[in-house]
Design a protein around this ligand. Structure first.
Ligand SMILES: [Zn+2]
Length: 520
């Protein structure tokens, strides 16, 4: 872990005051960037319309924005094709690189919203689907099946059910609720053989990413180590947990409950109706006024809504007539129930929101950058929900520290386990995922083996963006480091600190994609 610490120390010490980085120096790059900014904004607006938050934006409906998107994409493609990188200043050359990469990876010719279900879950059973369609179909399984889990005569969302597994006191009911996930597991992993949708997806992902590397390769690159080292670190983290967690074997339906004591103790002071105001108060105390920043919230449960919480741009900040027009960000989540874990999730999403709002650079660089850093940063403020002082201030009651920390680390360890699972699966896509998951969870988390169940299939990311879990699992190491360095540089922030957001924005967030995370 030492290497990460050094890297972070170096980049936290960095400060480049007084630059005018938002102005591109070559006229051709500037023209391309103006088109790029329009393209990105039309994409953000169409995604927002598709999410159901609003139907029109600035007087234009989806069809009109779709036209803008198509036009801008065409103009930009032509423009970028005509600019030669030779003779450009390094920053302009980098801007071209970044725009070309996003044009290739994130702005497809035909608009596609990754958060909207483009396919039906049933389609995942078709043997001839290409990667993107299969990912889309499996993503739909989390909406259609995962958000309709049947338990005690009621329908539950996956997120609520996971929360309830921490809270239900009777073991028999927990077991029933755990098995209520079975339709979801079976939708993702079929008959647990080589024709299962998930097992068909992985080789497609591996070959599609052969040229640019998997998401695990990207995460490794972010911190300047090899993917093998990442895997080894994940094993070391889990092995430490294995040695200290007490060693008692636990059924999978009891794992959440065992780590959930803080959630139970605080359940009466964490109703879902309190989430938005607690979140706003906390961020205001950190120096970030979310209302003033204009963050848009879409937190109601409704049919067909994205099956996981996420944060995205509506429009990105840029200079208009010499004045900075701020970024507009939206947060989507479904909070049918309360609880500490879900409150922590909302605060994590708002971590992304304040990150996006802090980026202040030229259009080519107005994006979050490396996923590892992005996910790690969002947990910097959210981990405080497990601090007794935070709980006392914002919930008026605190759980004992040991209990809270067990809650936090239980969920971190599951993330690390999923990250290791994906390392191994993407490395050997032909192996049986149930066997890999059983080996990891029984050995390191002391969970009783159930190789007959595909209970690893709980997270949307596993099918929507295979390899992404490393950004949480490995990201936790960065989170801990950033928290420590931030405390040293600008003081403790468990119960607020007006310097936290200004300091973090200036030293950590404002660069967007102007710099490589691995070098700053
Ligand atoms: Zn996140």
């Amino acid at each position: 872990m030492h290497k990460t610490t050094c890297l972070l120390a170096a980049f936290l010490a960095l400060s480049l005051p007084g630059r005018k980085a938002e102005i591109p120096s070559s006229a051709a790059a500037a023209e391309a960037e103006a088109m790029y900014a329009d393209l990105a904004d039309s994409y953000g607006i169409i995604s927002t319309i598709d999410s159901g938050l609003f139907a029109t934006y600035q007087g234009k409906d989806r069809a009109a924005w779709d036209c803008v998107y198509g036009e801008k994409r065409k103009q930009l493609t032509e423009k970028l094709g005509r600019i030669s990188a030779s003779g450009l200043l390094p920053l302009d050359a980098r801007a071209l690189d970044v725009m070309n990469r996003h044009l290739r990876d994130d702005f497809p010719e035909q608009f596609r919203d990754e958060n909207a279900p483009p396919k039906h879950c049933q389609d995942a059973q078709r043997q001839d689907l290409a990667m993107t369609s299969l990912e889309g179909a499996l993503h739909s399984c989390f909406t259609e099946v995962g958000n309709n889990l049947e338990f005690e005569g009621k329908r539950l969302t996956r997120v609520s059910a996971l929360g309830m597994l921490e809270e239900i006191n009777e073991e028999e009911r927990r077991k029933k609720l755990f098995y209520a996930f079975e339709p979801l597991w079976n939708a993702v992993d079929g008959k647990h053989n080589a024709t299962s949708p998930y097992r068909r997806l992985l080789p497609l992902v591996v070959s599609a990413e052969a040229a640019h590397g998997t998401r695990i390769d990207s995460a490794a690159k972010t911190i300047g180590v090899s993917p093998q080292e990442v895997e080894h670190w994940l094993e070391q983290i889990l092995d430490t947990w294995r040695q200290v967690d007490g060693g008692e074997m636990v059924e999978p339906w009891n794992f959440g409950y065992r780590g959930g004591e803080a959630t139970r103790l605080l359940s009466s002071v964490t109703p879902k109706d309190s989430f938005v105001s607690v979140n706003q108060r906390y961020y205001r105390d950190l120096g970030a006024d979310l209302q003033q920043l204009g963050v848009l919230y879409d937190l109601e449960v409704r049919p067909g809504k994205a099956p996981l919480a996420y944060t995205d741009y509506v429009t990105r900040g840029r200079l208009v007539d010499g004045k900075w027009r701020p970024t507009v960000v939206r947060i989507s989540g479904s909070y049918a129930t309360g609880g500490l874990g879900l409150l922590n999730e909302l605060i994590h999403e708002n971590g992304h929101a304040v990150h996006m709002m802090a980026i202040h650079v030229r259009p080519a660089f107005m994006d979050l950058g490396d996923a590892l850093f992005v996910e790690a940063f969002a947990d910097v403020p959210s981990w405080n929900t497990y601090e007794p002082a935070w709980q006392r201030k914002y919930l008026s009651r605190a759980a004992p520290e040991a209990v809270s920390l067990r809650g936090l680390f239980s969920s971190v360890m599951l993330d690390v386990a999923w990250a290791l699972f994906e390392c191994r699966m993407l490395h050997s896509p032909g192996v049986d995922p149930n066997a890999v998951w059983t080996e990891i969870t029984s050995r390191y988390l002391h969970i009783v083996p159930h190789p007959e169940l595909s209970w690893w299939a709980m997270r949307v990311q596993l099918v929507q963006m295979p390899g992404y879990m490393v950004n949480y699992g490995l990201g936790s190491v960065l989170t801990a480091d950033i928290r420590q360095h931030t405390r040293e540089a600008s003081g403790p922030f468990e119960v607020g600190n007006q310097q936290w957001y200004p300091w973090t924005s200036e030293h950590l967030l404002r660069f967007g994609e102007e710099l490589d995370t691995s070098t700053y």
